[in-house]
Design a protein around this ligand. Structure first.
Ligand SMILES: [Zn+2]
Length: 266
């Protein structure tokens, strides 16, 4: 049988540290950031900002002077900091998840290859197809700097444009990841099936139907409001995707153990 090996088992166990489910409540930091900065801009453009009376807050050694610009800017920076942290978490978890899955497929293919005899065509043919799909996965997925994009999102007003760019990259790569991952799972299912294992359940209903271009246009035409819904989608959709992983990864290990054609003990 194919031995899943210690490394593959460890990669599956690492799911707890890479597939982090984020609370959708974080979306309120984006809403607060948008509302505060647009309110400041609207008050400035309409000339109302200068008419709002300033005030002072007494402290121990005197008082602190506040006007509407200072107050709205400070609140806006606080909300943007929450939004930047959210962007960091969303990009970082996608990087970590994609890396772990690449390692799982790489290790799975490596073990199957090392345990397959040269004349075992029923395994070698689907293995060849799996290796081609794996190299396509490597070419089509790219790691993004979570810190860089989070810092760019912090910039008032311009940061919203960077948020839209980040969401577009995340959304596209997430769609590619999920499609390529399904193809590779089907390949592994064929290989392990040829080796005498039961099938790995390969679900398709979880695949996202979102359109990155549609979200992009909606974000631009609504002056950024659409990107709040897009961000919500990019928080919640991976949460569902991780649920699917928690179902199929133990099944993948079990399918390895059940396969019976190749030699064992490597
Ligand atoms: Zn995945």
């Amino acid at each position: 049988m194919f031995d899943p090996g210690e490394r593959l088992s460890k990669l599956v166990q690492m799911r707890a540290s890479t597939d982090i489910r984020l609370g959708t409540g974080w979306i309120f930091s984006a809403i607060a950031s948008y509302v505060l900065w647009t309110t400041l801009a609207a008050l400035f453009l309409t000339g109302l900002l200068q008419r709002i009376p300033s005030f002072t807050i007494p402290v121990i050694l005197g008082s602190i002077f506040f006007d509407a610009t200072t107050l709205l800017s400070l609140l806006g920076i606080c909300a943007s900091t929450g939004l930047a942290y959210l962007v960091f978490r969303v990009v970082d978890r996608q990087n970590k998840h994609a890396l772990r899955i690449r390692e799982i497929f790489s290790e799975s293919l490596r073990r199957i290859e090392s345990e397959t005899r040269p004349g075992q065509l029923n395994v070698l043919l689907p293995l060849n197809s799996a290796e081609q799909d794996f190299s396509a996965l490597l070419q089509n997925t790219h790691e993004r700097s979570a810190i860089l994009w989070a810092m760019l999102v912090l910039i008032p007003y311009l940061g919203w444009l960077f948020l839209i760019i980040t969401l577009y990259h995340l959304s596209e790569e997430s769609t590619v990841h999920e499609r390529m991952e399904r193809l590779l799972l089907e390949d592994l299912d064929r290989i392990l099936g040829a080796a005498g294992s039961q099938r790995i359940p390969v679900e398709t209903h979880y695949l996202p139907s979102r359109s990155s271009t549609g979200f992009l246009l909606a974000s631009l035409f609504t002056i950024g409001i659409g990107s709040i819904f897009w961000l919500y989608e990019m928080i919640s959709s991976p949460n569902r995707h991780f649920g699917y992983h928690s179902d199929f990864e133990p099944n993948l290990l079990a399918a390895f153990a059940r396969s019976q054609v190749a030699r064992s003990g490597t």
